[in-house]
Design a protein around this ligand. Structure first.
Ligand code: SF4
Length: 146
């Protein structure tokens, strides 16, 4: 399998009117080990961890560590991409972790106009997203913005 998208967290700080994340229901945190076993069976070439907002997931580090371990056990290199709005507060230790454990920090920013951003996303968190993009670059992550 080439690509797999893992929605790790339903919650999000934004309220896009077109959001379909809630259509999938609320994820039960205790089931993540089963999901990681499923990923282990498929070992996709590229794993996109999304949400909701994956950086609100208190288990994110644990999940990524486990997933990387599964790849290592099979002598395969993982390619984990975090798909994020980058609108949450990201602590320094998380930046360090991401730098060492993922391959791509993929940020969705629909516009650089604050009014349009608020209209599209429910909240104007554009400045936070831009600050986080600069931090991601500073920490040496591979950053993709679209
Ligand atoms: S940023 Fe994504 S997950 Fe969050 S509300 Fe918008 S569409 Fe939904």
């Amino acid at each position: 399998m080439k690509n797999l998208c893992y929605e790790s967290k339903s919650a999000c700080l934004l309220k896009c009117p077109y959001c379909i994340s809630s259509d999938n229901g609320i994820m039960k945190e205790e089931q993540y080990l089963k999901i990681i076993d499923f990923i282990d069976n498929l070992l996709p070439e590229r794993l996109v961890i999304s949400g909701g907002e994956p950086l609100l997931d208190s288990l994110l580090k644990e999940k990524i560590t486990l997933i990387n371990k599964k790849y290592n056990e099979k002598n395969k290199e993982s390619y984990i991409s975090i798909s994020t709005s980058a609108t949450s507060n990201i602590e320094n230790d998380m930046w360090e972790f991401l730098k060492n454990n993922i391959k791509c920090f993929d940020v969705s920013i629909p516009t650089l106009n604050h009014d349009v951003y608020k209209m599209m996303r429910g909240n104007d968190l554009l400045d936070i997203a831009l600050i986080n993009i600069r931090k991601a670059i500073k920490y040496g992550l591979n950053v993709n913005v679209d």
